[in-house]
Design a protein. Structure first.
Length: 245
């Protein structure tokens, strides 16, 4: 192995080990999955994924599916990584650093929006997330308050409505009522080993006057992985073996 290649490996390892900011991928909530008026799903909620750091013109054609790793979509396949935290607020726990947000759907085509284009008139929908089932040990924490939520199957939360100037409404113009709520997926590290898998089945519900039909359950899958620093030490060990050889 050349010195240049070794330095590249070390550089990559250091960049990963130094990454402390969590990603910001979304689970989107929308209606009218088939984008066709007059069909059975017009008023039915559905959930789908969104990669971080993507522009609408790039990511909408690839939805509503996870798992396409081809550029320019930067999708990430399941199982999503639960990364062990050796220090900090989450020390001793595995945390999903990539996915942490529920967000309403706002494509520029306007067909999946929950509805609400007037900033002076809050919409009649009241959207929540319900826990259908989940692996033992997988916890849900509200990031803003750092309180545990969705403790048992059947538990639900209501997501506050939010006016957003920079999101498309159902008319295809900017300015829309929507949702943006941070939820952390966490597993306590006690007794958990690298490679252990977890799942969460969630659905969107409407407790408002609009009465949207509940979505089908969306199942997210996770896998426990070591902290990046552990991976870096493994890389150092591998380089040492190569040098000795």
């Amino acid at each position: 192995m050349t010195t240049k290649y070794i330095l590249l490996l070390l550089s990559l390892g250091l960049s990963v080990a130094g990454q402390t900011v969590f990603g910001h991928a979304h689970i989107h909530i929308g209606i009218n999955y088939d984008q066709t008026d007059g069909t059975a799903d017009d008023n039915t909620l559905f959930l789908f994924g969104m990669p971080p750091a993507a522009q609408p013109e790039n990511y909408w054609p690839n939805f509503p599916l996870w798992g396409n790793a081809a550029n320019p979509y930067d999708m990430v396949a399941e199982p999503l990584k639960l990364v062990y935290q050796a220090s900090g607020l989450f020390a001793g726990k595995y945390v999903c650093q990539w996915l942490e947000c529920f967000h309403s759907a706002h494509p520029d085509h306007g067909n999946w929006q929950l509805g609400g284009a007037d900033p002076q008139s809050p919409p009649a929908w009241s959207i929540g997330i319900e826990r259908v089932s989940a692996s033992a040990g997988l916890e849900f924490w509200e990031e803003d308050t750092f309180t545990r939520i969705l403790k048992n199957d059947g538990d639900s939360i209501i997501i506050p409505q939010l006016w957003m100037n920079d999101n498309y409404n159902e008319d295809g113009t900017l300015g829309a009522w929507g949702l943006h709520h941070h939820v952390l997926f966490i597993v306590d590290g006690d007794g958990v080993q690298t490679g252990d898998t977890f799942f969460a089945a969630l659905r969107a519900v409407d407790n408002g006057a609009t009465g949207f039909d509940s979505s089908e359950a969306c199942t997210l899958r996770f896998v426990a992985v070591p902290e990046p620093a552990t991976l870096l030490l493994a890389a150092f060990g591998a380089i040492g073996l190569i040098r000795r050889k």
